[in-house]
Design a protein around this ligand. Structure first.
Ligand code: NAD
Length: 247
């Protein structure tokens, strides 16, 4: 697929791997960063690397939990690149803890970043895609959203919501030539999972059929497939990328 894709939270981890894969496939990349500090620490360097693949790449600052900041970013990307052909809802956070001890603030912040952001971005970008009568949207859910996970009540809620949003949007937008899918990674080695304790990591690993953690590139490969014309008849689906954590 050619054209331009916005990837939220693209400065590091899985988002950066998706950006690199899609740039290699010839897409221009709008790298969403949360703030100026992230543009300077990671974003600019990533953009430069992506331009090395012969595509255009630029950083756009927005806290994707905020609708108005998303609106300004989407307008700026459209102005800069002319079209928006793809959206990857990747930005996400964890604020883990057992339900009985989970503060309202920890619940609300995870829902705002992981779930509300998907409403913000899908609403704004799908309006552009409807006019174009084409587009591809992929969102990052999680095995925690499909199966639940102790200590991740808020995170599981947000990732389960993404599945409902994906299926509803797929049904609304399918007749307009827009594919909407989700991926549900298992345990992928990134800055997000660095925070887990050794005991937590071992417990997860024992349940993984392939007996190893996943790499960000392995998630990026599946996202790139869903963003490609090879997946033109795939919509409303949730693909697990978990090394057989659950089946
Ligand atoms: P990460 O922490 O390395 O990257 C997350 C990115 O999102 C960061 O760049 C961060 O700055 C950005 N972000 C956070 N809040 C934001 C906001 N309000 N506005 C804009 N950007 C914001 O994590 P990762 O492991 O690369 O995760 C990427 C996605 O994959 C997340 O949605 C995560 O829930 C999902 N996921 C990860 C795993 C895993 O094992 N790593 C498993 C399943 C799902």
């Amino acid at each position: 697929m050619s054209g331009t894709v916005i990837i939220t939270g693209a400065a590091q981890g899985i988002g950066a791997a998706i950006a690199e894969k899609l740039a290699k496939n010839g897409m221009n990349i709008a790298i969403n960063c949360i703030n100026e500090a992230q543009v300077e620490s990671n974003g600019n360097q990533l953009a430069q690397k992506l331009r090395g693949y012969g595509v255009e790449a630029e950083c756009f600052i927005a806290d994707v939990s905020d609708f108005e900041q998303c609106r300004i970013m989407v307008d700026a990307v459209k102005e800069r690149f002319g079209t928006i052909d793809g959206l990857v809802n990747n930005a996400g956070i964890t604020r883990d803890g057992l339900l009985v001890r989970m503060s309202e603030e920890a619940y609300d912040s995870v829902i705002a970043v992981n779930q509300k952001s998907v409403y913000n971005m899908m609403k704004l970008v799908s309006a552009i895609m409807i006019k174009q009568r084409s587009g591809k949207i992929v969102s990052l859910s999680s095995v925690a959203g499909v199966h639940g996970n102790p200590g991740q009540f808020n995170y599981s809620a947000s990732k389960a919501a993404i599945i409902g949003m994906t299926k509803s949007a797929a049904k609304e937008l399918g007749s307009r030539g827009i594919n909407v899918n989700a991926v549900a990674p298992g345990f992928i080695e990134t800055p997000m999972t660095d925070k887990l304790t050794e005991d937590q990591k071992q417990a997860i690993l024992s349940a993984v059929a392939m007996k190893r953690y996943g790499k960000a590139e392995e998630v990026a490969n599946v996202v790139a497939f869903l963003m490609s014309d090879e997946a033109s008849y795939v919509t409303g689906q949730v693909i697990e990328i978990s090394g057989g954590l659950s089946m």
